[in-house]
Ligand binder design. Structure first.
Ligand code: HEM
Ligand SMILES: *[C@@H]1O[C@H](CO)[C@@H](O)[C@H](O)[C@H]1NC(C)=O
Ligand SMILES: CC(=O)N[C@H]1CO[C@H](CO)[C@@H](O)[C@@H]1O
Length: 402
């Protein structure tokens, strides 16, 4: 039988970058450029934190306020590696708020982790779903945001949500399983995004809060971006959600994991950078340089990489530790849009799996050929092992008898 031989390893490590961030000499140029940009940003408070006095804040309220004001990041290594306190129906589990979330985290992790070591299409779609639920909100909305409405109403059928159907079905199945334990759809969606992010190799482990309220009313329309929008309209659209250029540039970096299906239906499965399913920073650099033919770049991403308000930030974000830290703050804000009980939320970060700070891409040789346009049949198999003997049999010089 012909077997594919692994003859090239692309290894990346996050750890040295974290140690180097933010002030080490090598990164100083980029850091200063973006720090200057960042000073022009105005960090706004949202929800109940806009009116509560410091003396009224809970410890979660204080931490979220500091994250929103850019005074601390939202990364955490706090982890509970033990088994849950009991089965979901047990008294022990009911007595421990995060117990049910531990079970949910197990279910989600199994769904989000691909056998290639990359994260699956469910993981990527879960991150996008988190954005599309909370993003249906602006400062002039009296409803909407991270309220579960994308799945509790027919919001999911809006054109901008194409491609989210399968994660919608999965999330509704989890809701049916866990809502009886008091879990809201809004929290399930946002926890889903945070589990997905950290299951993607190199992804940040973002502090995760629960206690959002569901809303059975569809969110306001016209508040999600199109890939053909100009940089100016996207910057303004996000500004109206209190998301400044730094947060915006960090958030669109999620396209590093992406494989599009509907932007160009004739190229189903084509990725937005050379490493789909990996939470690396390749996307930022590759958006501005020439890349293999299978990679599709959204015009909106190119526009943001070039606009005078975002181009220096785009360059600065291409340092893994910087991006993960900025992502954690930006996503915390995004995940709380429209939430008016932030001070009453509870923290269950400890249920998230451990971050994976290194990734060895064992099938890079085959991936590289796929990126050049070979092996269409792999488009929807990149998540799972791409080392498929049948697919490449007889076609590759990089084979060996075994
Ligand atoms: C700035 C404006 C944005 C535009 C115009 C945009 C547009 C798009 C488009 C067109 C797709 C491909 C959908 C498909 O054809 O299947 C996509 C995928 C994706 N987007 Fe965005 N997006 C934006 C911002 C964001 C943000 C803020 C996030 C997360 C916080 C995000 C997360 C994702 C993810 C994870 C995918 C991959 C989904 C998959 O692989 O199935 N995007 N986006
Ligand atoms: C995901 O799978 C990889 C192996 O492919 C494994 O090393 C990793 O620990 C798994 N991640 C989680 C969170 O279970
Ligand atoms: C046809 C092909 O993909 N050949 C590659 C085999 O592997 C060597 C070393 O990894 C590459 O240099 C060839 O391009």
């Amino acid at each position: 039988m012909k077997l594919f031989t692994i003859c090239s390893y692309a290894a990346v490590s996050l750890a040295p970058l974290i140690n180097a961030y933010p002030g080490m000499a090598a990164n100083m140029g980029e850091f200063h450029a973006s720090a200057k940009e960042a000073r022009q940003d105005t960090k706004q408070l949202i929800g109940d934190l806009k009116t509560l006095k410091d003396s009224q804040l809970t410890s979660v309220g204080k931490d979220i306020k500091a994250i929103l004001l850019n005074q601390q990041n939202a990364l955490s290594t706090v982890i509970d590696t033990g088994a849950p306190a009991g089965t979901p129906d047990s008294a022990a589990c009911k007595a421990d708020l995060c117990c049910i979330w531990k079970w949910i985290s197990y279910d989600m992790t199994a769904r989000f982790n691909g056998s290639s070591g990359r994260c699956t299409k469910y993981a990527r779609a879960a991150v996008r779903l988190g954005f599309h639920d909370s993003g249906a909100w602006s400062t002039s909305s009296s409803f909407g945001g991270a309220d579960g409405s994308i799945l509790l109403t027919d919001e999911i059928n809006r054109g901008e949500n194409s491609g989210l159907e399968f994660i919608a079905e999965q999330m509704k199945a989890w809701y049916s399983k866990y809502n009886k334990y008091g879990v809201s759809m809004a929290d399930l969606i946002q926890m889903g995004a945070n589990v997905a992010t950290v299951v993607c190799p190199l992804g940040p482990r973002v502090r995760s809060f629960v206690g959002r309220k569901d809303n059975a009313k569809a969110g306001p329309t016209g508040l999600l971006p199109s890939p053909r929008d100009s940089a100016d309209s996207i910057i303004k659209l996000f500004a109206a959600k209190t998301i400044d250029p730094t947060d915006l540039v960090a958030l669109v970096g999620a396209h590093t994991t992406s494989q599009q299906h509907f932007f160009d239906t004739s190229r189903d499965g084509d990725p937005q950078d050379s490493t789909p399913g990996v939470w690396d920073v390749a996307f930022y650099g590759e958006t501005t340089t020439s890349t293999p033919p299978r990679i599709i770049k959204f015009p909106s991403d190119i526009a943001l990489s070039q606009d005078s308000r975002t181009s220096a930030l785009w360059q600065g974000m291409s340092v893994q530790g910087r991006w993960n830290s900025d992502w954690s703050k930006a996503y915390t804000r995004l995940s709380l849009l429209g939430v008016n009980n932030i001070n009453d939320l509870k923290e269950c970060t400890k249920v998230l799996p451990a971050a994976r700070t290194t990734f060895v891409n064992q099938d890079q040789v085959l991936l590289d050929r796929w990126l050049q346009g070979e092996f269409d049949q792999l488009n929807n198999m990149v998540d799972d092992a791409i080392m498929l003997t049948g697919v490449i049999s007889g076609r590759s010089a990089n084979e060996t008898e075994s």
